[in-house]
Ligand binder design. Structure first.
Ligand code: C2O
Length: 574
């Protein structure tokens, strides 16, 4: 006997409804096309042909949920080689999609294309993407926002609104020419002409007022600000006039909430903060300017601003009425390291975390600058660093050199000799008073393409030790393919006897970039559970150019789930 038609209809409806509910909780795949192209962009009264993604500056914001997959087809219509890096994405087993040129892929040549495919696993918060080739990331960057899985919520009350503020640097020149000039002369590159929020310098710069970024808020609201330091070469302070900020996340990991009136972000770092509309309805400046820890080094001393605008604030500049200027915040002095230290010491994971305690690889890396003596066949115009030298930089006295005809990952995977050697030193080849008065004979590192080999699953500790060679400086050290725990930071030379006692093995913050204190050190730990070739470098781009980098070569484990995937068929070749 046939069932009445209404019963069929009901069954079909139930099926549909459950399918809809299922698909809600299901990870999604997001497809995007990134066209790399020259685009006229006018800033500081002048137009430059900037390299952009899809004609947008900054580039498109990607918004996904934890667990989703991104497929981004990058088409290079610019005249430069390009690659895109997904800063902070773990790229579990998908190292071919990481992006640093000559590390995990050959560059996408003009006219070429490459499709990056990867799945985000267990990361929530704010990351970003940027070009990882030459200095293209000056204009080729954007936000990558990872929301909790569908049905999951933030570990804090749902914000009324969210806004992303990408801090950047603008040159009133072609950034590639700025780099070329520095490479030719051996001197430090010209500093940028403006800092920016979402590509806009803001009210305090010429020809910039009408495009100043407005961030809306209303009385009684609590909003989420996602702050990213996408600047090329400058650590930045960030603050909002009259408002306290509650830090709830950094580098796409949640933190134990704490309040502060100022943030400091090294390039590469992100910080998520809550801000409450609890002040007199008005307009308040959001401002950022340099934290400059290096001595006697030129830097841009200007301030970028956006405006926090209460919806109920009296209208600003009506024709004929006097303009009410937004309220300007107090910013720390350029060299205010005490504020930076107080801020970075507040970071904790929200709860106890599984920090590795039995360490297989106990590493000690110096990070710092150097000077190369002028090579014999060079003209004086090519040696315009201090006292007729050329600037360089190194880790453990090795100044990192990228290969030029194959990627390190390909060479490592395919056992191609002569590209990368696995003899990167576990310790400084010469021990010296790293933060003291260093002998001039230790200023010149050795160039090389050296990796440090790690067994799958090994537990790693790295002490990152700043040196005072040329000048001490706060170096934002970024590791690809991993998040790490920052278990301690301090000043002077790391001393295992007394500093081991300071390790936080309970609830240290999990990050992908650590701002190593100027004239000090930081200790990080991670488990090498992601096979591939992973660059660790200073995120001040000028320092990568000079060689402040190394690579970890992480072996496959057992079986395909512990091995890197096969390279995609469209992986660019050199
Ligand atoms: Cu955001 Cu290798 O960097």
């Amino acid at each position: 006997m046939a069932a009445p038609p209404s019963l069929y209809l009901f069954a079909i409806l139930v099926l549909f409804a459950s399918a809809a509910a299922l698909s809600l909780a299901h990870p999604q795949t997001h497809r995007h096309q990134f066209i790399i192209q020259a685009t006229p962009v006018k800033r500081l009264c002048k137009t430059h042909n900037a390299i952009t993604v899809n004609g947008q500056f900054p580039g498109p914001t990607l918004e996904i949920n934890n667990g989703d997959t991104l497929i981004v087809n990058v088409i290079n219509k610019a005249k430069y080689n390009v690659t895109i890096h997904w800063h902070g994405i773990r790229q579990l087993r998908t190292g071919w999609a990481d992006g640093p040129e000559f590390v995990t892929q050959c560059p996408i040549r003009p006219g070429g294309s490459y499709t990056y495919r990867f799945t985000v696993q267990g990361q929530e918060g704010t990351l970003w993407w940027h070009a990882h080739s030459s200095w293209l990331r000056a204009t080729v960057y954007g936000a990558l926002i990872i929301h909790p899985k569908e049905g999951d919520s933030y570990p804090f009350p749902k914000p009324n609104r969210e806004a992303t503020l990408l801090m950047g640097e603008w040159w009133d020149a072609n950034p590639i020419d700025v780099l070329r000039q520095a490479t030719r002369t051996g001197a430090a590159p010209n500093v940028s002409d403006a800092y920016t929020f979402n590509g806009q310098p803001g009210d305090l710069y010429k020809c910039s007022s009408k495009d100043t970024i407005i961030v809306p808020i209303d009385s009684g609201e609590t909003n989420l600000l996602r702050v990213v330091n996408s600047a090329l070469n400058q650590a930045l302070f960030f603050t909002v006039a009259n408002h306290k900020l509650t830090v709830v996340g950094a580098d796409a990991s949640y933190t134990k909430p704490f309040t502060t009136s100022v943030l400091m972000l090294g390039p590469g770092q992100t910080t998520d903060v809550l801000i409450s509309g609890n002040q007199v309805p008005a307009r308040y400046y959001i401002a950022a300017r340099a934290y400059q820890s290096a001595q006697n080094a030129p830097f841009g001393n200007t301030t970028t601003t956006a405006i926090l605008n209460y919806k109920s604030a009296p209208c600003p500049a009506k024709k004929g009425s006097p303009t009410i200027k937004p309220i300007m915040p107090f910013l720390p002095a350029f060299n205010d390291t005490a504020t930076v230290t107080a801020f970075s010491r507040k970071f904790r994971s929200p709860r106890p975390v599984p920090v590795p305690t039995k360490i297989d690889e106990n590493l000690f890396f110096t990070v710092g600058l150097g000077l190369n003596n002028c090579p014999r066949n060079f003209k004086p115009s090519q040696c315009q660093g201090p006292n007729g030298t050329r600037f360089t930089a190194s880790m453990n006295n090795v100044s990192f050199v990228l290969p030029s005809n194959i990627s390190i990952l390909q060479a490592f995977q395919q056992g191609i000799p002569g590209v990368v050697t696995s003899d990167f030193p576990a310790n400084p080849p010469v021990k010296f008073d790293y933060t003291g008065n260093v002998s001039r004979s230790l200023f010149q590192p050795v160039p090389g393409t050296k990796g440090y080999r790690l067994k799958y699953g090994s537990t790693v500790q790295v002490v990152l030790q700043d040196t005072s060679i040329v000048t001490p400086e706060n170096h934002p050290i970024h590791l690809h393919g991993y998040d790490f725990y920052i278990i301690a930071e301090g000043f002077g030379n790391f001393d295992p006897k007394k500093d081991t006692k300071k390790f936080n093995l309970v609830d240290p913050p999990l990050r992908n970039t650590v701002a190593v204190p100027v004239n000090g050190w930081a200790v990080i730990r991670f488990v090498a559970d992601n096979p591939g070739a992973w660059i660790m470098h200073c995120h001040l781009d000028v320092h990568i150019t000079w060689g402040l980098a190394m690579v970890f070569l992480v072996d496959n484990g057992v079986g395909h789930l512990q091995s890197i995937e096969a390279p995609p068929p469209d992986l660019p070749i050199c």
